[in-house]
Design a protein around this ligand. Sequence first.
Ligand SMILES: [Zn+2]
Length: 431
Amino acid sequence: MRQAFRAAVLHCLADPGEGSDASALQFFDDGLLLVEDGRVIDIGDASTLMQQLSDDIAITEFPGKIIVPGFIDCHVHYPQLDIIASYGAQLLDWLNQYAFPVEAMFADEDHAREVAGVFLDELLRNGTTTALVFGTVHAHSADAIFEAAESRGMRLIAGKVLMDKNCPNELQDTPESAYADSKALIERWHGKGRLGYAITPRFALTSSEAQLAAAGRLASEYPDVWIHTHLAENKAEVEEIARQFPDSRSYLDVYDKNGLLRERSVFAHCLHMDDEDRTCMASKGGAAAFCPTSNLFLGSGLFDLRAMRTAGIRVGLGTDIGGGTSLSLLTTASEAYKVLHLQEQALPAPRALYLATLGAAEALYLDDKVGNFEPGKEADFAVLDPAGSSLTERRIRVASSIEESLFAITMLADDRHIAATYVAGKRSLIK
Ligand SMILES: [Zn+2]
């Protein structure tokens, strides 16, 4: 079935960089997005493309709104939805006080299913159509999020957490069960429709050497499966890693030695690392998830985007709920701007859009499928409403360019600024 959507249309063709390279952005003030069977077939000026349409095509019009590619969240924990905005702790205490107790509740399969549905509806409400998602240690936590994503038609990557030490007993698996459960989940879900599996060791402090080795074995047996973990988030954590892994040159080296650094490895945070680590990560194709609301909220540190991109590392934005404070990638980009501003780095609006869409797709090795509106890609998109709040509407009236409008929307936006979200050409019905 062929469909047409008329509004302003905006997407990135490449990384606009700190200098906001105009050729990396494509914008149609009165644009048309043509979709057939869930895929983009063309975009362009409405006046030109409408002449080529047959009369029987229904055109969905969004006057005054901006169609952008669906946002992609490169790091988020769905089981932590209910502890978002928990007061006062840094990473290691925060895990014990808040994250582990709420994850223990996922022993109940019905609870996992309920939270998975609410979580994905919240993503869609925020214009997010794809995410890389942590479950809990329970294998059925992965089943629950995959079932919920499948019923909504979303492109989603997730995995069950591996952890066998430094956490409550009821949240521990073993190297053997971690391997067997993950393998069964890969066989059940990886490549099924739009779903993909991620081997998900929580971080190096909660996995024994035997478990890290088992995860690495699995990663080599399934080279097109993702690896998803945390890296160098917090200074106390990095010091503990140095104590527990004296033979490793760095935190990244612990993962690398276990075969967990390769293409499709995604590391959340990457705050406290050196140039040797960056060169190594880039050369092996690993990617970083930049999670500014979490890094500020947990007092973890400032992500050095310039150093990461200069080294050639793929980077996308992550909300990192529940350490992060918003599921909106627009709000996340707004905090990214401030984190970079503190370090005398620039984040022009086109690059922020890139980090939330095409850049994130590149980080996840999904840029042949999603991330922008190149013909053939899956038609996942969000409809931005610049009048989502009266203040944003007022601000946009005096903007003189799309870059200025997009910047103001990014700084001021929340889920009220998402008028609709489409997944593979279908409007999502958010419950
Ligand atoms: Zn996280």
